[in-house]
Design a protein around this ligand. Sequence first.
Ligand SMILES: [Zn+2]
Length: 246
Amino acid sequence: MPTRRASGTSVESGTAAGGSDASSSTRFTEPLRRRLVAQAIDFLATEYELDAAQQRALHALPIVWRRRHGCSVFYMKPKHGFAGPHILVSVPRGATARWSVYRRVRVGLVAPPQGIEMPVALFAAVVLVHEFTHAIQHGVCGTPKRPYGEVETTDNEIRFIEKVAPDVHAQLLPLKAKPRKRGTGAGARRVRETRPTVPPEGVPPIWPTRMLVAMWNRLVLAPLGLTSAPARRCPAVKAPRPTRAG
Ligand SMILES: [Zn+2]
């Protein structure tokens, strides 16, 4: 049982090399990356009672680090020059990032719509918890396969934050299922468990972006004889801000 880390400062303290200027960017040096990976795996090792070999298998997963806003993804199949499972971690530039989570009633908590600002290093650790959870779901480290989904990843993110950064955890909001609509009779549909503010993985944000673009084209550009280029979308996730692990 690892000791309970006092707060997010265990992550944050490793990033203070850039000084106290909040606008300075955190450098993801090799030692920092290793520390973040170890912190994420230590947490999951406790959660899933992973033995030493299983933890080593997680440590052996290749990780591609990118300093940009965008998707973080766990890949089972060959990509990025890797023959098998690997993780892509995207961490926004700058000293802080906004953390958001999937909206899952079963998790019971959700980030506020604008996300929660946190040091980028802590953000990266949370992303790693998320993507390593997907690896565990796929049985990559030798444990039995688990159902693939975002309830478990989101739950783990939140439990990790509760452990290492209670001040951040305190900013999460309760999430309850919406009550059924009355009077809709036999046709009443079950209240959907999820109503993501950010589209789930693989689903492009077709609303309202597409509507707004169409309106912009029709009202502003068309009269000028112009059309706008389609917005580039991240295939695996999501709206521009805040950021969430994929
Ligand atoms: Zn995911």
